[in-house]
Design a protein around this ligand. Structure first.
Ligand SMILES: NC(=O)c1ccc[n+]([C@@H]2O[C@H](COP(=O)([O-])OP(=O)(O)OC[C@H]3O[C@@H](n4cnc5c(N)ncnc54)[C@H](OP(=O)(O)O)[C@@H]3O)[C@@H](O)[C@H]2O)c1
Ligand SMILES: *[C@@H]1O[C@H](CO)[C@@H](O)[C@H](O)[C@H]1NC(C)=O
Ligand SMILES: *[C@@H]1O[C@H](CO)[C@@H](O)[C@H](O)[C@H]1NC(C)=O
Length: 291
């Protein structure tokens, strides 16, 4: 009994330390006064992220194509307690807009702490019958503009030791029918941003990258697109939006958010982790590292 009592406390402390270090440690104050960009913020998960950030007292600059919708979201953000809320409307099919947008947002807030890349082009669920233009549009809007935005934001993020959230999908980790162009763009995000993350580690760039792997979420777009075709259980967009912000603020490498708890376990992919670790040992990176 004495043994039990003596060892129970340290065990409990260790358990709690482990529990809180891996599962939480997030406090809404972490976002207070932080300068955040949210793309695709006129509706869906992006709009919910803007509202959470406003509640936490962050500065936000929002973008999407629809000016009227953005105006409403920004006004509501101010009502909810945002430190400031601006929007700049434009299309992410235009890379010049993407670049200028980041510069303007940086000026409006006087810097940048968090870049949340979330927008996607519209696409329907259908068999691929050779619609090359759809592949190109998905790659441009869902992938290439993310690269442009992150390149434009990196100097400010380096300065602030900031964070990038890359919103992806289970379809960016596994193959599924009817969404080949979308899936390709989401896989591309993993390839590019996970590589950049490992370069940041080598080059001691303290800008975190959080890849967010989402299952079906109950946004209007997703509910309409999947209706009658896919019968997954949707999760709530409000909760999903909060988990993205939490994981990004905690500088996690990946966030999994799906109605099935198996998803993170199965897609966490220890095989990939182990291979990435051993592959890294074979490089001579000295000449790329700035001292
Ligand atoms: N919902 C799901 O089930 C689900 C599942 C897995 C992953 N995700 C990911 O979660 C993110 C958000 O999805 P969601 O369901 O919230 O989508 P959503 O409700 O359709 O929102 C998409 C956002 O992107 C903007 N947008 C569309 N075309 C654009 C363009 N050409 N240029 C700039 N902005 C554009 C839209 O605004 P405008 O139309 O005004 O431009 C809107 O604000 C996406 O990255 C998606 O892949 C969602
Ligand atoms: C995407 O939206 C545009 C403009 O609203 C529309 O013309 C196009 O048909 C849509 N494409 C798909 C694949 O839904
Ligand atoms: C990176 O930046 C974060 C956020 O400011 C900070 O908590 C962390 O200690 C920094 N890491 C290093 C290695 O400087």
């Amino acid at each position: 009994m004495a043994f039990m009592r003596k060892s129970a406390l340290p065990v409990l402390v260790l358990f709690l330390a482990y529990y809180y270090s891996t599962h939480d440690g997030f406090r809404p104050e972490m976002l207070q006064g932080k300068k955040v960009i949210v793309t695709g913020a006129s509706k869906g998960i992006g709009r919910e992220m803007a509202y959470h950030l406003a509640n936490m007292g962050a500065h936000v600059v929002l973008t999407a194509r629809s000016k009227e919708a953005l105006h409403k979201v920004a006004s509501r953000c101010l009502d909810l307690g945002a430190a400031s809320a601006h929007y700049i409307a434009g299309t992410m099919e235009d890379m010049a807009f993407a670049e200028q947008f980041v510069a303007e947002a940086g000026k409006l807030m006087g810097g940048l702490d968090m870049l949340i890349l979330n927008h996607i082009t519209n696409s329907s669920m259908t068999l691929f019958h050779g619609d090359i233009s759809a592949v190109r549009r998905n790659m441009e809007v869902n992938f290439f503009s993310y690269v442009v935005l992150s390149v434009a934001a990196l100097p400010m993020l380096r300065e602030s030791h900031g964070s990038i959230a890359v919103v992806s999908s289970v379809a960016g980790k596994i193959a599924q029918p009817l969404i080949a162009p979308y899936s390709a763009s989401k896989f591309a995000l993993d390839g590019f941003f996970s590589s950049i993350r490992s370069e940041h580690a080598v080059a001691k760039v303290n800008v975190s990258i959080t890849l967010c792997v989402l299952g079906l979420i109950d946004t209007d777009t997703a509910m309409e697109a999947t209706s009658g075709v896919f019968t997954g259980i949707p999760s709530r967009k409000e909760d999903c939006a909060l988990e993205i912000i939490k994981g990004t603020a905690l500088r996690q490498e990946e966030v999994y958010y799906d109605s099935s708890r198996w998803t993170s376990l199965l897609l966490g992919n220890p095989g990939r982790r182990i291979m990435e670790f051993f592959s890294l040992q074979k490089y001579n990176l000295d000449k790329f590292v700035r001292n």
